[in-house]
Design a protein around this ligand. Structure first.
Ligand code: HEC
Ligand code: HEC
Length: 392
């Protein structure tokens, strides 16, 4: 966890982004929430209120011809109807463009990723903060979007020349030159950078991070939460109960910006290895360690054993629709995640994937009853975007 004062800087940044998005008139899409987003797929992108670059980014995000073999878009693993996470909930990880290949980690939601700061060491708190992916290994959305296109376990393109050819043959290829000038697709590197820039612009829109959950309406004083949700909220905040807010903060910042439900720090919760992860049994060229594979998380990014087993605190926004959970997708329900937090140190749980650096201070023996766990789940369900007031 990290102390609240550290938020000041990010809060300013977040307010800035929100103000910009309002100025751009990008908010109209949020009003009807997710339903509209789903219908708003690539085919009718131009009816939305996105600017030209954001619209190009959206088309690319939903573009199935960009993988090798064709057929896999970013949106296949980051679908708008499940908060831009993987709609496939039975698998702990995501299937690649080659259907017999799998990544080694659970998919992440892209909603609110635009607010993740670059990876840095916070001197006051002496903790690592920020960075994209579960392990913080990339610092910008543009840089990040290049990864899956070339990852053999994901969209599997052999090189950037292949991607350039694909971009040139898009029916909307001329948008590149309209936005980035006559040289926009003149060589593989330039084209790849422009593509990444457009995708980043789309990922930063309020269409991807809408702040339209029931909890957001409640924070603005527009509606009530029911009794169970309020009990859950209390347990979520209480330091001697759930203590969830210590890492997944849930309150409005001093400057009025809404909570993101993560302090962007890293922790090893002692999550056990997921034996159902199909990555373990991939051929040696794709997984050299076979069943010995251990995911070191931030420790690998920094090459620092003191950070082994730590993963970035994920947002709780939309968590009810992004099953499975944890970096390796080991838990399928919110209740099972919470059961783990509750009794990790006092009941029979499998050994952690990485035994070093496990956080034993803030979780493991919360002494919550099953009813209290249900209350917490009810609260987490208020964080799903696209909430609509029931008809009165
Ligand atoms: C095969 C499934 C798959 C495809 C296709 C895919 N992703 Fe992902 N994405 C993942 C997984 C799995 C992770 C987490 C990986 C990790 O932490 O190592 C992830 C993480 C991310 C993140 C990091 C979010 C955060 O908060 O740190 C972003 C952003 C992202 N993907 C964007 C994209 C974009 C843009 C594309 C298309 C160019 C794309 N993804 C294609 C599976 C996929
Ligand atoms: C010490 C910091 C910390 C505290 C306290 C904490 N969490 Fe977490 N939480 C994390 C980290 C780190 C992860 C990711 C761990 C991993 O994947 O190995 C996580 C993951 C989760 C997930 C899975 C999300 C996903 O997208 O996969 C849920 C749900 C969750 N936490 C809920 C809670 C609740 C509810 C509480 C209070 C009972 C809580 N957390 C307390 C740090 C914390």
């Amino acid at each position: 966890m990290i102390k609240p004062k550290t938020y000041y800087f990010y809060s300013l940044f977040i307010t800035f982004l929100i103000v910009i998005s309002i100025l751009c008139g990008c908010v109209s899409n949020q009003i009807n929430g997710k339903k509209e987003k789903v219908e708003n797929k690539s085919t009718n992108a131009f009816e939305s209120s996105l600017n030209a670059k954001e619209q190009l980014g959206k088309l690319l995000f939903f573009e199935e011809s960009l993988s090798t073999p064709p057929g896999q878009a970013c949106s296949d693993c980051h679908a708008p109807e499940v908060a831009f996470a993987d709609p496939e909930t039975e698998l702990p990880v995501s299937r690649g463009a080659h259907s017999d290949r799998y990544g080694n980690r659970n998919d992440m939601t892209i909603s609110y990723s635009a607010f993740v700061p670059p990876l840095h060491f916070n001197e006051d708190e002496e903790v690592w903060v920020g960075g994209l992916f579960w392990d913080g290994r990339v610092n910008s959305l543009a840089e990040q979007s290049k990864g899956p296109l070339l990852n053999p376990l994901e969209m599997a393109n052999p090189d950037t020349l292949t991607i350039l050819k694909k971009l040139e043959s898009l029916s909307y290829a001329e948008l590149f030159t309209e936005i980035y000038g006559p040289d926009a697709l003149s060589n593989p590197n330039i084209a790849f950078n422009n593509m990444a820039d457009a995708i980043e612009a789309y990922e930063k829109t309020s269409e991807v991070s809408p702040f339209t959950s029931k909890y957001d309406y409640w924070l603005r004083g527009e509606i009530e939460l029911n009794e169970q949700e309020l009990r859950g909220l209390k347990l979520y905040e209480a330091e001697d109960k759930g203590n969830c807010a210590a890492c997944h903060p849930n309150t409005i910042s001093a400057d009025g910006s809404p909570p993101l439900f993560t302090d962007f720090t890293y922790d090893n919760l002692g999550v056990p290895p997921n034996s159902e992860n199909p990555f373990y049994s991939l051929p040696q060229e794709l997984n050299p360690d076979g069943f010995e594979f251990v995911d070191l998380g931030l420790g690998k990014t920094l090459n620092d054993p003191e950070q082994d087993g730590k993963f970035r605190v994920p947002t709780m926004r939309n968590v009810a629709v992004t099953s499975p959970y944890m970096h390796n997708g080991i838990y399928k329900t919110l209740f099972s995640v919470l059961a783990f937090y509750n009794t990790r140190d006092v009941a029979e749980w499998p050994e952690p994937e990485v035994a070093q650096n496990v956080n034993i201070d803030e979780l493991g023996d919360l002494k919550l009853t099953n009813n209290e766990l249900e209350d917490l789940v009810a609260f987490l369900r208020t964080l799903t975007d696209g909430w609509e007031k029931p008809n009165e």
